[in-house]
Design a protein around this ligand. Structure first.
Ligand SMILES: [Zn+2]
Length: 230
């Protein structure tokens, strides 16, 4: 029974990886997708130098939160430490996706956060998409800077690197990764032709319940500290 469940999670990782590849959010060898293994301190993650078009269930790596592989075969993504840091700090998160999608990464290079330019951003992601401090790839440090940039929200830009999103399901994470790139493209375009207008807080308050009930995945104790950062 347990084995079936774990196989199911491996298949979910493959499905998520194929979806973000099909949507053009990643290219071969970059980005990664993971799923938490139920109540255990373990995850399933895409392998290092992942080939999305040929990716199979057997290539998905089973890891514990110490970073030790529990499966033979491929090595885990080198960014697994960032995923682990987020799972440890956010017990409700079931799936994490990291991409290097182009428009979002361009904004991360000039360290431009995306303010709330559309209402859906508040509903799905919880507010603006902020840029992290620079964190060296493949280290635990990047997990910490990612968590700081996330705050109570579901998406952040990683300075000079890409995107990190987390969700209560794989489908949420895929949706968020796609939305971040769409918003980055729109914001970039808007900056080319004028001064973007930001959606005001008073228009957003009515969506707070939607975010909280459907998509929020931060631990409740963070709410008071982070509310002002929205
Ligand atoms: Zn990366």
């Amino acid at each position: 029974m347990e084995k079936n469940k774990e196989d199911q999670l491996r298949l979910e990782v493959v499905r998520g990886a194929k979806e973000i590849f099909a949507k053009g959010l990643v290219e071969a060898g970059e980005g990664n997708v993971s799923m938490r293994n139920g109540k255990k301190e373990e995850l399933f993650i895409t392998p290092s130098f992942n080939q999305y078009d040929t990716l199979k269930k057997a290539e998905i790596v089973h890891l514990n939160f110490e970073g030790i592989p529990l499966s033979a075969g491929k090595l885990p993504s080198t960014e697994a430490k960032m995923h682990i840091a987020i799972y440890k700090s956010r017990p409700k998160v079931q799936s994490i996706i990291h991409t290097h999608s182009s428009f979002a990464t361009m904004l991360s290079i000039v360290r431009k956060s995306i303010p709330i330019i559309m209402e859906e951003m508040y509903i799905f992601l919880g507010g603006s998409i902020d840029v992290s401090e620079f964190g060296e790839a493949h280290t635990i440090e990047i997990g910490e800077v990612a968590l700081n940039a996330l705050g109570i929200k579901n998406a952040a830009l990683l300075a000079n690197h890409g995107v990190i999103v987390c969700g209560k399901s794989l489908d949420h994470a895929v949706k968020f990764a796609e939305l971040v790139e769409k918003l980055a493209k729109m914001y970039w375009g808007a900056l080319q032709i004028g001064t973007p207008n930001i959606v005001s807080k008073e228009h957003l308050d009515r969506f707070q319940k939607l975010f909280e009930s459907l998509f929020a995945n931060y631990p409740r104790h963070m709410w008071k500290n982070m509310q002002k950062k929205l």
